[in-house]
Design a protein. Structure first.
Length: 223
C-alpha cells in the first residue's frame, strides 16, 4: 500500500513540475522580445497621424518623438506634442502612440477638428523589475473648440510586482515535497495502525483462549 501511495505522489509531482516548466518557458522575461531598462533611461516612442477625410486614405508614417517628448523609465514627467507636429491636413484628426519599440500602443485617439480638441493624454506604464509589462491611457478633452493645439502628455509609472519563475518552481517543489511527505506519513501511519490493531486482536484472542479449559478445542474437534 505504501508503494502505491508513493507512486501516486510521484505522478502528481511530475505533473506539477511539467506544468511549472511550461509556464516558465512561456514567461515573458525569457523571451527575446523583452526589453530591459535602467532607471531614468529613455523609452523609445513614436506617433502617427490619421486624417479622416474623403479625399484621404490610410494613415501617416510613424514619427519618432524627440528626447524632450520621450518618457523615462520609472520617472513621472510631462511632455508636449506641438500642434505643428500634429496638423497634416483638413478634417477630423486622430493620433496613435507607441512605446518600447512599438511593443505597446494606444488606439487612434481623436485630436480635433470635430467639435472638440485633445488637451492632454495621461499615459501610465505598468512595470516590474526592469521591464514594461503594460500601458494604460486616458485622453482629456476640451469640447468648447475643435482647433488643434499643443497636447500635453503626462507619463506616470505603476509597480505591479515581481514574477520569478525559478522561485515559483522552488516554492512548488517545496509544497510538493511537503504534501508528498505528509501523504507518505499518513499512509505509513495507517499501516502501523492496522498492524497494531491486528496485534490487539491476536492478544484478545489469546486472552480469550486462556479462559477456556485446556481440552476445549480438542473436545470441539472430536464433536
Amino acid at each position: 500500500h505504501i508503494e502505491m501511495h508513493i507512486g501516486k505522489l510521484l505522478a502528481i509531482s511530475s505533473l506539477i513540475l511539467a506544468t511549472v516548466a511550461a509556464s516558465a518557458a512561456n514567461y515573458d522575461g525569457d523571451t527575446a522580445s523583452t526589453v530591459y531598462y535602467r532607471f531614468g533611461e529613455y523609452i523609445e516612442s513614436d506617433y502617427r497621424i490619421k486624417i479622416e477625410a474623403p479625399q484621404l486614405s490610410g494613415m501617416g508614417m510613424w514619427l519618432e518623438m524627440t528626447p524632450h517628448q520621450l518618457p523615462k523609465f520609472r520617472v513621472d514627467r510631462q511632455a508636449v506634442l506641438h500642434a505643428d507636429d500634429i496638423k497634416s491636413g483638413e478634417g477630423p484628426t486622430k493620433i496613435q502612440f507607441a512605446f518600447a519599440h512599438r511593443r505597446f500602443s494606444t488606439p487612434f485617439i481623436g485630436v480635433g477638428n470635430g467639435g472638440y480638441r485633445l488637451k492632454s493624454v495621461d499615459v501610465t506604464f505598468s512595470y516590474r523589475g526592469h521591464e514594461i509589462v503594460d500601458i494604460d491611457y486616458v485622453p482629456n478633452y476640451d469640447f468648447t473648440s475643435g482647433d488643434i493645439k499643443d497636447v500635453e502628455i503626462n507619463y506616470s509609472w505603476k509597480f505591479v510586482g515581481e514574477t520569478n519563475p525559478e522561485m515559483a518552481i522552488g516554492i512548488l517543489l517545496l509544497i510538493s515535497f511537503l504534501v508528498g511527505g505528509a501523504g507518505v506519513g499518513v499512509a505509513f501511519t495507517t499501516e502501523i495502525m492496522k498492524g497494531t490493531s491486528n496485534i490487539k486482536e491476536r492478544k484478545e484472542e489469546e486472552r480469550y483462549r486462556g479462559t477456556l479449559p485446556d481440552n476445549y478445542f480438542d473436545d470441539a474437534k472430536n464433536k
